[in-house]
Design a protein around this ligand. Structure first.
Ligand SMILES: [Zn+2]
Length: 74
């Protein structure tokens, strides 16, 4: 689980920095787990999550997105 711990740390760092620049950010409490806005799974169920300004996406949903994009290209 060390890999995901690093990811969580990095994400919290990003969120902390982001908050300085955008007061409108509405993240769930940083103490709480992140939840993927696409599939609703929680951080603890997933390998990695990517947090944007108001949206969080997990590695599984990124894979689905990649598949959709690949289908469009072929
Ligand atoms: Zn997801």
């Amino acid at each position: 689980m060390s890999e995901s711990n690093i990811g969580v740390k990095a994400m919290h760092e990003i969120m902390r920095k982001a908050k300085k620049y955008d007061e409108l950010l509405v993240f769930p409490s940083i103490e709480n787990e992140l939840q993927c806005d696409f599939c609703g799974k929680f951080q603890s169920e997933l390998n990695k999550m990517i947090a944007a300004r108001r949206v969080v996406i997990c590695n599984e949903c990124v894979e689905v997105c990649n598949q959709v994009l690949e289908e469009d290209n072929s």
